[in-house]
Design a binder for this molecule. Structure first.
Ligand SMILES: [Zn+2]
Length: 301
């Protein structure tokens, strides 16, 4: 029986005050939630190692990596990241980017694999931003290409926020194709121009959103057959999310994820998923929402 490879490290959580928008325990909450589900016997857990510096240099400037490694970020840089700096945050930043890389490498073998983390798409080449220190999507795409595992990577970013950092790092790379469907009026307020960008109005809701997604997949398919899809399945598109404003329902998110998986797995193209953003003070609710992509992925083993 095939099992779904999932990647998680017990040091992913970060110390964050309870008043902070970011839920620091969301990774362990999700991992525990997954183990309690009826499909848990279909999951196969693997633990990522820490990212080597020479691999991070393919996505980030040496000076920025040095600052992170030595706890030397300026107050201005820390304000941009908007998380309390800690030894754990530093260490997990090196673990989580490699976690997405290893998830993707596994997906190339098994067809599909899921990361219990990842989607730090606001991190730019020489600075962090919006809860993101290093960019796991750019790191993964750059390294898989450099190592000859793949030639063309599609980064399909369906988090409610545009992955401006991913575009910053990847826009001059002819082998990396970024596609983002996001809210036009959510952070970042200055959008970047990637390969394909679709900004939606607040309150778009399921039906219109799913129509646009379906058309977008068809449109991508006319010009690109990637060797791998990195799918940012952010759940901040949800109607009750603390930050997003696209107002999708839980069923809408489920349909979104299955549209993507059905489309690419139907073409036998490997898909690696990352959890992306999701904001709620109700940690169990949040784990449930992030768990949707895992539940869907099992159907495409
Ligand atoms: Zn987001």
């Amino acid at each position: 029986m095939n099992r779904l490879p999932i990647f998680y490290h017990h040091e992913y959580d970060i110390p964050v005050p309870a008043t902070h928008r970011f839920v620091g325990s969301k990774f362990s909450d999700l991992f525990i939630y997954l183990q309690r589900q009826s499909f848990s016997s279909l999951l196969q857990h693997q633990t990522p190692s820490s990212a080597p510096l020479e691999k991070i240099q393919r996505a980030h400037s040496s000076s920025y990596i040095h600052q992170v490694l030595n706890d030397e970020l300026s107050n201005q840089d820390l304000r941009l990241i908007n998380l309390p700096w800690s030894k754990r945050l530093r260490q997990r930043s090196f673990l989580a980017i490699e976690g997405t890389y290893q998830t993707a490498l596994q997906a190339l073998q098994s067809g599909i694999a899921c990361h219990v983390g990842g989607g730090t798409h606001h991190a730019h080449r020489d600075h962090g931003l919006g809860f993101c220190v290093f960019n796991d999507l750019a790191y993964t795409a750059k390294n898989l290409i450099a190592e000859g595992h793949v030639e063309k990577v599609l980064i399909l970013d369906l988090d409610v926020h545009q992955g401006d950092g991913t575009i910053d790092i990847c826009q001059d790379d002819p082998q990396i194709f970024t596609c983002s469907i996001h809210s036009e009026s959510n952070f970042p307020f200055e959008k970047k121009q990637g390969w394909m960008d679709i900004g939606l109005p607040a309150g778009t809701k399921d039906e219109t959103y799913l129509d646009i997604l379906s058309q977008t997949l068809q449109s991508i398919g006319r010009s690109l057959t990637p060797d791998l899809v990195l799918f940012d399945a952010g759940i901040d598109v949800y109607s009750e999310d603390g930050l997003g404003n696209l107002e999708l329902s839980i069923e809408g998110i489920r349909k979104r994820d299955r549209l993507v998986l059905e489309y690419y797995r139907g073409k036998n193209i490997p898909v690696a998923t990352v959890i992306g953003g999701g904001y709620s003070k109700d940690t169990q609710e949040l784990a449930h929402r992030h768990g949707l992509i895992f539940e869907s992925a099992i159907h495409y083993l």
